[in-house]
Every structure is written in C-alpha cells, then in structure tokens.
Write a protein that binds this ligand. Structure first.
Ligand code: ADP
Ligand code: ADP
Length: 233
C-alpha cells in the first residue's frame, strides 16, 4: 500500500521566481525507510513540508499538483487529522516543546484528541518506553539535555501513533551519544512505521534506510534502492 503519493508537485515561495521543489512522480510504500539527502538549500525541507501538511496549510506560496497521504488529498485534509497520520521531528527540538514537564508534553497531543484517560496513560507509557525516557517522566523540560529533549519531542509525536514519521536532520543539534540513541530508536521502529529521514550526511544514516533520494536544485536527481546507490555517486 502506498502511504504517500505525489503527482506534478511544485511549490514556489511567495518572494521567489522559481519553484523550490518540483516533483512529477513520487511515492512511498507502507513500512519503507527512506533517506532524503542533498546539499543545503537544494529543497529538502521544502519537499518534506509539502508531505506533512505544513506547506499546504501554513506557508505562503504557489502550490501546484497533488499530494495524497493514506489516499487523502493533503490540501483538503484538516491539520488536526494529520497529526495522527504524519509526525515530524524538526532540527531544533526547543521549537517543538510547549509544556512544563516531560509527561505533560507527551500527554498534550492525546489529550487534545480527547481520548479516554486509560488510553492516554497507555500511550504515554508506551512512548516513554520506546524513547527510553521513562525515568525522566516528571522532569522539567528546561533541565533536559539536548538529546533528552529530542527524545521527549519524539515521544510526544509517537503518542499520536502516526503511521509516518519524518525526521528533519534530527541529530544536528545533539552530541554523539544522543545521536546513537536516536538512531537505534529509529532502527527499532524500522518496518513498523514508514520513516523518512532528511540528512545531508549520507553515511550517518545509510544503514537505517532501504532507499535513497537525492534532491538537487529542487528536483529529484535520483531515487534508488540502497544497494544501487554506488552506481549513482
Ligand atoms: P536547512 O537546514 O533545511 O538547510 P535553512 O537554513 O535552509 O534550513 O532554512 C532555515 C529556515 O529558514 C527554514 O524555516 C526556511 O524555510 C527558512 N528560509 C530558508 N531560506 C529562506 C529564504 N530565502 N527566505 C525566507 N526564509 C528562508
Ligand atoms: P534544504 O532543506 O535542502 O536546505 P530548503 O527547502 O530549505 O532546502 O530551501 C530550498 C530553497 O528554498 C532555498 O533556495 C531556500 O532559500 C528557499 N526557501 C526556503 N524556505 C523559504 C522561505 N520560507 N521563503 C523563501 N524562500 C525559502
């Protein structure tokens, strides 16, 4: 089953002359793990913002074409519905936390969904366990290390039980130890969720993905299975 399908997509920022991203045809199967790579400024972030609803719902510019997520046209899918389908972990975890303690942060999404209390509790426990931060449950967010903060953000996203997880250079602001923990977590979720990792350092994430997409000047330069990669670089 295809979880994401893109057709004739282009997006041009309001103050710009040419599209920041232009993709004719692109899809992702359920359970795939993919790497989206390319140099800075080539269009990676714009591309994922077209896939997670940020551009269709929140950014000014000209959007053309079609993005379907779980079969639904993204433009006409409300943002609150999307949070249970696709979750995005940004580069800067501080921009993604709004609560006082770790538990409050992780509970925030499920509480907004107005789920029954037992289910909220179950989702919190599960998400803290997967991210390895159960012991930080009552910790104040302000006191966390960069890696712990990033894991709190990931736990809060997992608590929404999204089918698709997008990581936009998730380890660019954390130390090597924190980086290893994030990647081993991604490794454990591999196959169970559809995972998109944006990273310019290919060697860092290659072992966690099945497929590699290179973006250059706003276009897909190549889209290959990992074992075909050597023929393209
Ligand atoms: P990345 O790490 O993905 O390369 P950038 O440094 O390109 O990120 O962009 C950081 C932020 O600045 C993003 O929110 C992006 O949308 C915004 N941005 C990048 N280029 C421009 C621009 N020319 N005008 C306005 N905002 C921009
Ligand atoms: P990457 O993620 O590969 O670094 P981006 O998608 O952030 O690339 O940027 C692609 C192009 O779009 C760049 O030329 C960047 O300056 C431009 N851009 C990104 N965000 C904005 C924005 N908010 N407004 C205008 N231009 C932007």
């Amino acid at each position: 089953m295809k979880v994401i399908e893109v057709k004739d997509l282009s997006f041009t920022y309001l103050n710009s002359q040419r599209p920041a991203i232009e993709v004719d045809e692109f899809s992702i199967d359920e359970g795939e793990s993919i790497l989206i790579t390319g140099k800075s400024g080539e269009g990676k972030s714009t591309f994922i913002s077209c896939l997670n609803g940020v551009i269709p719902h929140m950014t000014n510019g000209e959007l053309k074409g079609e993005v379907r997520i779980m079969g639904m046209e993204l433009k006409s899918t409300p943002m609150h519905k999307l949070s249970s389908i696709v979750g995005t972990v940004l580069q800067d975890p501080e921009a993604q936390t709004i609560n006082y303690t770790v538990e409050e942060e992780v509970a925030f999404g499920p509480e907004n969904l107005k789920l029954p209390p037992e289910e909220i509790r179950e989702r919190i426990n599960e998400s803290l366990e997967i991210t390895g931060i159960s012991s930080l449950r009552n910790e104040v967010i302000y006191n966390l290390s960069g890696g712990e903060l990033q894991r709190t953000v990931i736990a809060s996203i997992l608590a929404m039980r999204p089918k698709i997880l997008i990581f936009d250079e998730p380890t660019s602001n954390i130390d090597p130890e924190g980086t290893n923990r994030i990647f081993s977590m991604i490794e454990e979720m591999r196959g169970k969720k559809t995972i998109i990792i944006v990273e310019h350092k290919v060697e860092r994430v290659l072992k966690f993905v099945d497929r590699v997409i290179m973006i250059e000047k706003g276009k897909i330069k190549f889209d290959v299975r990992k074992d075909e990669l050597l023929d393209h670089v």
